[in-house]
Design a protein around this ligand. Structure first.
Ligand code: FPP
Length: 253
């Protein structure tokens, strides 16, 4: 089975992941292999963002979370950071009409105040313009790291305890989840990382406790609809046990 249509037809629409998270790695290596600048790799990566968003929306996936810029990425050369910020602002503005047509809502996750004003304004405009959209919920992680998010949550909870709004002994896992940037959003079912590295890189550490992890050597700009379908098919062939035995899960089914 090799055509995209065959793969899509094989997908069980009743067992699609509700939430897919992605680590979009490999833009720099892709560019180097073509003899281009790293920034050209990021520009090409924007086309993959467009395709995975469209395919997720068409397949009825409810949440797609993309790691667009990590807290650690601020340490990259100034020129690369500036280009990425420009690209992100430009891409979101360019994509807005199609996002609206497809009923896609943008959410921004991360320390957004650190994003340069021009890009930040375009991001806020896209977020506000899509606030009514009820289809795919597209979460863009920008200036994001999971340890930053968890530290912020701890600070928010401590503040509520100090103010007497929250009883220390009543802090539960739900309290914690409700104070993360992803409050109200179900945990990812599937995490895809492109680019060949098999690590999590400070991404959604709390939320991926029971996510299925899928690593592919394909570089992000080359990640095709067919590669995405492969990841979804692989996900559907896994047994998710959430700590239970295989027999228990099969009896529940
Ligand atoms: C990692 O590849 C990729 C990034 C740090 C940036 C990803 C951003 C985009 C694809 C643009 C996003 C745009 C929107 C609108 C969300 P790398 O540079 O680390 O690649 P390497 O490992 O090959 O060096």
């Amino acid at each position: 089975m090799d055509s995209l249509q065959d793969k899509i037809a094989t997908l069980d629409r009743h067992r699609m992941p509700v939430h897919v998270a992605m680590i979009m790695d490999g833009n720099g290596r892709w560019a180097k292999r073509q003899g281009f600048m790293r920034s050209d790799g990021h520009a090409e990566g924007v086309s993959t963002v467009h395709r995975v968003t469209k395919m997720s929306s068409d397949l009825g996936i409810k949440y797609l979370t993309l790691y667009a810029f990590s807290t650690e990425n601020w340490n990259r050369p100034n020129e690369e950071v500036s280009t990425l910020m420009y690209l992100i602002g430009w891409a979101i503005e360019r994509e807005l009409p199609e996002l609206l047509r497809n009923n896609v809502r943008i959410h921004l996750i991360g320390d957004i105040e650190r994003i340069p004003e021009d890009a930040r304004k375009r991001l806020f405009d896209a977020r506000d313009a899509t606030a009514h959209c009820t289809g795919l919920q597209l979460l863009m992680c920008l200036s994001y790291s999971s340890r930053w998010e968890i530290t912020e949550a701890a600070r928010k909870i401590a503040r509520k305890v100090l103010k007497g709004e929250l009883d220390l002994d009543k802090i539960t896992e739900e309290t914690f989840a409700d104070n993360l940037a992803t409050a109200g959003i179900p945990d990812p079912d599937l995490l895809i990382r492109t680019g060949g590295e098999e690590r999590i890189s400070n991404y959604l550490l709390w939320q991926i406790a029971y996510s299925e992890l899928y690593f592919t050597p394909v570089l992000w700009p080359d990640f095709s609809d067919s590669d995405y379908a492969d990841a979804l098919l692989d996900f559907q062939n896994r047994e998710r046990r959430f700590g239970k035995t295989s027999e228990q899960v099969q009896n529940e089914d």
